[in-house]
Design a protein around this ligand. Structure first.
Ligand code: ADP
Ligand code: ADP
Ligand code: MG
Length: 497
């Protein structure tokens, strides 16, 4: 039994995990950097400990400090969330060696799946469709070029240790091969400390569809259907949904079976995600496995009614899975949009600043997972995601309608956000029809699309109205200040080092 859980993360995911822990009667310990002293995750936890300066490498990534805090606070388990130490096999091993419970898979599973090449080798014994490519790291450029010619251009050069959409290069023509290869190796070396790269056929008109799996420590593995994550910028997801509008029940069952086999291939337990790329003819190919709770996990929770964090905790405690595959069904449709402090009109560049207005949407079918309050500054040190906005409806159409309504209710000023872009997606014919792929953004989106259309006759009136609204809605400085203060007085309980 876990009695006290340390959450080695920040922001929305730390809060999300703490909420489930609290429901389960488990006490929580937050860790925070100096930049996050006033963050909601710090206030929500039963105890909070500062683990260092703002830079992640000196705080959230300090495995030794985090394990020490665990000992000092008497926490018996660590949930790593996503990002930071979540896919760090060495950390998982240190946690185990310290006699603590790691709420996640074994270090061995993390290690295998942390390398895209090792992952492919591990699943080779199973009948899992794979994108044509090189099965090993490229050591001979001339031989690799030959393979590429055999596969046919365009091809992708990928870093085996890559992640977060980084470490990939598309090569359109053979003439560009050598140069792109050299760049890919040097980028992989500097970003991931591992220069191993390999080739994959570049699937044209690709959709990104992934399967959520859950495995226990007794060899039971189930899948919780798919998430469609094809709306991406810089190979990173911005809109996700479940179920996918293109899968048939047969393909879904087949992908589910493959995902369970991938998990089985590495003796997986915990929550994990098996990612596939799906081509225009609905052939699917295994890409990689993410050995952690995924950012977009809420859409799966919404359509299955299963709390994934609760399952992760049960699994970490050694309990057998109680959910049976046959008992699972898809109920309704859920969509998530990631609200980033980024300027969609300016190439999605991060736009950090202070949230002078921050009002969440509410109502039936709306879930907001966030880690900010009005008046808070968005630190430059971390991922600029402000929130995840999730809507659930009986049908896809209903989920889209709720999303547009929720986006319109969301009031954020002080920083540019991806909300107007997400609204553009929701209204776009290609998205509405379900006929889109990972090129959605490059194909359809330009910043001008964000300017609302106005009837020329109404333009003058609209401008006046806009000016008036700006005037009256400008936040008063003292209101913004007040927002930065703790709402609830849990301070005395918290240990601020
Ligand atoms: P998802 O959970 O949907 O796969 P992302 O791909 O955006 O979401 O990754 C989740 C988080 O983990 C992000 O904050 C991302 O920056 C981070 N991340 C994932 N893989 C890596 C990696 N190999 N190196 C550094 N950060 C990573
Ligand atoms: P990461 O570790 O960065 O998440 P992935 O292998 O999961 O790397 O790929 C990230 C994204 O890149 C995918 O969601 C997809 O959009 C694109 N991608 C990856 N492999 C291919 C491929 N072979 N063909 C076309 N697109 C691909
Ligand atoms: Mg991926």
């Amino acid at each position: 039994m876990i009695r006290k859980l340390l959450i080695a993360n920040r922001g929305e995911i730390a809060l999300r995990i703490m909420r489930t822990a609290r429901e389960m009667g488990i006490r929580t310990v937050a860790v925070f950097s100096e930049a996050d002293r006033l963050s909601p995750h710090v206030r929500y936890a039963d105890e909070a400990v500062c683990v260092g300066p703002a830079a992640s490498s000196e705080s959230y990534l300090r495995a030794d400090t985090i394990i020490r805090v665990c000992r000092e606070t008497g926490a018996d388990a660590i949930h790593p969330g996503y990002g930071f130490l979540s896919e760090n096999a060495s950390f998982a091993r240190q946690v185990r060696e310290a006699g603590l419970i790691f709420v996640g898979p074994s270090p061995e599973s993390i290690e295998v799946m942390g390398s895209k090449l090792a992952a492919k080798a591990a699943v080779a014994a199973y009948n899992i469709p794979m994108v044509p490519g090189t099965p090993e790291a490229i050591s001979d450029v001339a031989a690799a070029k030959k393979t590429a010619a055999g596969i046919g251009y365009p091809i992708l050069i990928k870093a085996s240790a890559g992640g977060g959409g980084k470490g990939m290069r598309i090569v359109e023509r053979e003439e560009d091969f050598d140069e792109q290869m050299a760049r890919a190796v040097s980028e992989a070396t500097s970003a991931f400390g591992d220069g191993s790269v390999f080739i994959e056929k570049y699937v044209t008109s690709p959709r990104h569809v992934e399967i959520q799996v859950l495995g226990d420590q007794h060899g039971n593995i189930i899948h919780l259907f798919e998430r469609e994550c094809s709306v991406q910028r810089r190979h990173q997801k911005v809109v996700e949904e479940a179920p996918s509008s293109v899968l048939t029940p047969e393909i879904r069952a087949e992908m589910g079976r493959c995902a369970v086999d991938v998990a089985r291939a590495c003796g997986y337990y915990g929550a994990g995600t098996v990612e596939f790329i799906v081509d225009a003819d609905l052939n699917f190919f295994f890409l990689e496995m993410n050995t952690r709770l995924q950012v977009e996990h809420p859409v799966t929770e919404q359509i299955t009614g299963i709390d994934l964090v609760k399952q992760m905790i049960y699994i970490a405690e050694g309990k057998p899975l109680e959910i049976k595959q046959e008992a699972l069904a898809i109920n309704g449709h859920a969509i998530e949009v990631r609200v980033y402090a980024e300027d969609p009109a300016n190439n999605f560049l991060p736009d950090v600043g202070t949230l002078s207005t921050y009002e969440r949407p509410q109502g039936n079918g709306v879930r907001v997972d966030d880690g900010f309050e009005q008046g808070m500054a968005i630190p430059i040190y971390y991922d600029p995601m402000i929130a995840k906005l999730i809507t659930t409806g009986a049908t896809r159409q209903e989920a889209i309608e709720k999303m547009i309504r929720a986006i319109d209710e969301y009031r954020i000023t002080g920083v540019q956000t991806t909300l107007p872009f997400c609204r553009f997606v929701m209204e776009h014919e290609a998205f509405r029809s379900g006929q889109f792929d990972t090129h959605f953004v490059s194909r359809y989106f330009t910043p001008e699309k964000l300017v609302p259309e106005t009837d020329p006759g109404e333009a003058g009136l609209a401008a006046l109205l806009a000016a008036w609204l700006l005037q009256t809605r400008k936040p008063k400085p003292e209101t913004a200040e007040a927002g930065a203060q703790p709402v609830r007085s849990r301070w005395k309980e918290n240990r601020l080092h």
